[in-house]
Ligand binder design. Structure first.
Ligand code: MLT
Length: 409
């Protein structure tokens, strides 16, 4: 008799974005003629950069030649991509990494979930609230979260980020072993200054705590004073793993490529208190369970770092950030309280007239045919908020704002 991992039974029926997709599909059945504008899941809409397409075509040609064909690649990623990452994403900001500290993967979501393979089930978890649901759900699967009571997992420390504290998380009042930070933040679109981030690194250093730092949205930072990497903070290599993604940076949501940095200085502990380097463990895990990202994909990712690639990718990011500005201004002109959208592609808005997140989501869908993401789906402190993404097409974004203005004013 095969026994299941019963922690899976604690999960709510659907992952947040699958739940929303189901609701939108039912709406489509009853309203087949209405044009839906999707501002829910943060999926990109603009095509890949020409430099990426060209590099991928060339890589396909390589696969066609006996002498240039590639079979299994290194599980950690090809040196050509790792070198480009280190030089462009880190050395340019004064952060020096060794190639063996960077692990190329099929994206940040898988890595954020898989990283838990290395960690005991009884670590205590801290999350900023609202939070990207994959962090919580993957910990539920590993049995680290306890039971769900009134929308909160009993063994998770929730650190509220709301209007009341200007979306700045306070250090936890209860000890946590592992803390998840995502900046620029999904879902609120807010950021942390260097000083604020330093507080977390110092907390982790003082408490032997591990920080999971998701910086999937760093390419959207406009303000030069906001850190792009946690390793810009002194001491962070001793306490933090950093996740990066090409999904939002370069439109790779359908291509799948990202990377994770596990510094050599970073240790966790055995029950007996012995320090163990996580870099070695993650390498062992990847070699066993992962055969690397495809050669064609990695050649595409490498092209992002060429001069043409950089320019083309920046143009697309500017396009989405112009959407974000249009959305902020339109929503504010309707009297809504709006956050984010200045250094991130997400707009976090306070629902009008005290509506709950789901009530506002339903009204928005049924009365304006616009899909958002209910804030409470990201955690209890998200109640009374809704998230909209700026990843839409310009015409759709303008139309959505016109519909909202007509509806709200
Ligand atoms: C989101 O909408 O929060 C993201 O697109 C989800 C993801 O990156 O997996």
């Amino acid at each position: 008799m095969a026994l299941i991992n019963e922690h899976f039974l604690k999960l709510q029926n659907n992952y947040l974005f699958s739940d929303i997709a189901k609701k939108v599909n039912s709406f489509k059945v009853t309203h087949p003629k209405e044009k839906i504008i999707r501002m829910g899941i943060g999926d990109v809409t603009q095509p890949l950069a020409p430099a990426v397409i060209e590099a991928m075509h060339k890589a396909v040609e390589d696969m066609a030649g006996k002498d240039t064909f590639h079979g299994y690649g290194p599980e950690q990623g090809y040196p050509f991509l790792i070198d480009a990452i280190i030089k462009n994403d880190y050395a340019s900001r004064g952060v020096f990494l060794e190639p063996s500290e960077v692990f190329v993967s099929d994206g940040a979501k898988s890595d954020c979930g898989n990283i838990g393979d290395m960690l005991r089930h009884d670590n205590s978890i801290g999350v900023t609230d609202p939070v990207y649901p994959a962090y919580i759900d993957s910990n539920v699967m590993s049995g680290r979260t306890g039971v769900l009571e009134d929308g909160k997992w009993s063994d998770v420390v929730y650190i509220p980020c709301t209007e009341a504290n200007n979306f700045i998380p306070e250090l936890p009042s209860r000890r946590v072993d592992i803390i998840y930070l995502c900046y620029p933040n999904n879902p609120t679109g807010t950021t942390l200054s260097k000083e604020e981030l330093k507080k977390w690194v110092n907390y982790a250093l003082a408490n032997d705590c591990l920080i999971m730092y998701d910086s999937a949205y760093e390419a959207y930072i406009q303000d030069p004073d906001i850190p792009h990497s946690i390793y810009e903070i002194k001491g962070a290599k001793k306490v933090a793993i950093e996740f990066r993604s090409f999904s939002k940076t370069a439109g790779f949501t359908g291509v799948r490529c990202g990377y994770t940095v596990v510094p050599k200085e970073l240790n966790a502990f055995t029950l007996a208190g012995e320090r163990v380097p996580l870099n070695r463990m993650w390498n062992r895990r990847q070699c066993t369970k992962f055969n690397g990202t495809s050669y064609i994909t990695q050649r595409g990712a490498e092209a992002i770092y060429t001069p043409e690639g950089k320019e083309q990718v920046k143009k697309t990011i500017d396009y989405y950030m112009t959407n974000a500005r249009i959305m902020r201004e339109s929503l504010q002109s309707c009297g809504l309280r709006v956050y984010g959208g200045e250094n991130a592609p997400y707009i976090w808005l306070k629902t009008p007239a005290g509506l709950t997140s789901w009530k506002f989501f339903d009204k928005l869908l049924y009365e304006t045919y616009i899909v958002g993401t209910p804030g409470v789906g990201f955690g209890p402190s998200g109640e009374g908020y809704l998230r909209l993404t700026a990843f839409g097409d310009r015409d759709d974004t303008l139309e959505a704002m016109a519909r909202l203005k007509k509806w709200l004013l």
